[in-house]
Design a protein around this ligand. Sequence first.
Ligand code: PEP
Ligand code: MG
Length: 589
Amino acid sequence: MARAVIYGIPVSPGLALGAIRRLHGASSGERRHIAVEDIPAEEETLRRAVAAVRAGLEKTLAGLPPALADYGEIVTAQMELASDPRLMGTALARIRHRKICAAWALEETVEELCELFRGMDDPYLRDRAQDVRAMGLRLAEALRGEGAPRGDASAGILAAEDLSPADVMELDTASILGILTAEGGPTSHTAILARSLRVPALTGVTGLPEAARDGENVIVDGLSGRVLLAPDEADLAAYHKRKAAYESFELETRAAAVLPAESRDGVRVSVRANLENARELDDLPALGPDGVGLYRTEFSYLGRELPGEEELFAEYAAVAARVAPLPVIFRTLDVGADKALAAHAALREPNPALGLRGIRFCLAHEDMFRTQLRALLRAGATGNVALMLPMITDCREVRGVRRILHELRHELAAQGLAHAARLPLGVMVETPAAVLTADSLARECDFFSVGTNDLIHYLMAIDRNNRHVAYLHEPLHPAAVRSLKQVVDAAHREGIPVSVCGEFAADPYGVALLLGMGIDALSAAPRFVPGIKHMLRKLDADGCAELVHTVLTLPDAATSRQVIHERLRRALGQELSFLATNHATPGTP
Ligand code: PEP
Ligand code: MG
C-alpha cells in the first residue's frame, strides 16, 4: 500500500511515475520590523529582486525550448507582472508605511492581489491568481538571494504550491514527467503548459505542500486525479499495467481519429471541436474533427477594449478559411454571468446568471452586436460558416437577429463588401424555456445545439459558480435526460439537425444516451474528439435507443448511471476508465 493517496483536478491526461522535485522553498518568508533609517535599503532590496527576476525571465525568453515557443507572450506578461505598479507600488508603500522588511511587504501584497483575483466571477481571471502567486514566490526567492529555481537535472514529477510558466520553461522540459500543484484550475497556465508538454498534471491537489517529500517516488494518475505517495510493489505493478493499456488505447484512438465515426450498426455521427480561440487550430487536423461545432467568440472581448469590425473579421475569416471545406459554427457573443464585460459592471445586476447575458445583452447593445455580425457575414464569404445564438428563450429573439442580419446584408452590399448571401442560423438550447418551446423555435432556425453546461444549471436552478450546489450539476438527472430527448425529437419532427456542444458530449454516459436519441453531431474540446469517435464505433445505436427508453423510466440519476454503466462496461471494458467523465460526481453537499 502507498504511504498516502492525495487527490487533485486532472488537467492533463496520462500516467507518470517518478521522484518528487519540489520547486520553490517555503512560501512564508522573513517577517521583520525595520527602523525608519532602514527603509531606503529595504526598498532597494525589493527593486533589486524585481530586476533580478526580470533579467532571469529575459534569459528564459531568449532560450525558450521549441515545444514552448508559443508561450513567449506568457513570459512577457510575467515580466510585466514582476514590475506591475499594483504589486510593486503597494509593496514599496507597505515597507514605508508599516516599517516592515521587503519579504513581509511582498508576501502581504501578493496575498491581497491573489484574493482580489480569486474573488472574480470570470473563471479565467480567477485562475490568474495563480500567476500572481507564482510571481510572488519567485520574487521571494530572489529576495532570499536564491535566484530562480533550477531544480536538479534528474527527471521527475514537479511539485509546487504554484508554478509560473517561466518556472517550467527554465527547466529541461524533457526531464518533467508530471506536474502537481496545490493551486490552479483547468484554465491555469500550469494546465495549458502541461498539455503542451504532454505530461500528466493535477492542479488543486489537496494537502500537497504538507504531503510531498522531495525525492520520494509518486504515481500521478492524470485520468482519475489520484496521486500515490511512496507506492509499494503491488501499486507499481498495477501502474505499469494501466499505463501500458492507456498508451495503446491512446495510439489506437489517435490513429483512427481521422476516420468518420460510425456506430457498430452503421449510424454516422458528426464529431466536432469546440474552440475558444484561433490558436487551437494548429492541433485540429491530427484530432480529426468534422469541423468546428462551437467557436466561442467572447475571448476577443474579455479583459480589453472592445474589438473593431476589421479585427474580428480577420480572426473569423482566418478560422473559416483554415477549417474549410468543413463547417465552423460561430457562436455570437455570450457575455454576462461569469463572463462580464466592463459594460456589465455598470449594470450592477444582483443576479447576473439570470440577467442580461448572451443574446439578451447583444440585443440590448445593438451597435456592438452589429459590429460582430458584420464581421461574421463577411467571414461567411471565406469559408463554410454558420451562426449560433446563445441563451435563447423566445422566438422573437431569433426574429430580431434575422431582421438585423437582413439590414446588414443590404449595408454590406451597398458598401461593396463581400459577404455570405445566406448563413445557416442556429439556436443554442440552454434554457428550460427553449426546451419547452423547441418545436416553435425549430421552425425559426436552421439547427439546434444543446448547451448542456448551462441547460443543466438553469434546469436545476443552480449557479454555475456556486460550489455549494455544484453537486446538483448532474446531466443524468431525469429532468436533463427528458429535456434532451424532447429537444432531439422536436428538431427532427421539424426537419432540422441537432447537436450537443456542452461537456456532456464528451462524457461516455452522454455519448451512449445521445447516440440512442439520434443526435446528429457531438462537439467537445479538441482533445476529446478521438475518444468520442472511438466510443461511437464501439456502441450500437439500436442498443443505445433501448437504453434511452429504459433510462427515461428511471426515477433518479444514480439508478440511470448504474444502468448505463453496465452497457458501457460491456462495450468498452477497461477503456471506460481512460475516457473523460466531465460531470460532477453525484452525491450529497
Ligand atoms: C453550454 O452552456 O453547454 C455551452 C456549450 O456554452 P458555454 O459553456 O460556453 O456557456
Ligand atoms: Mg452556455
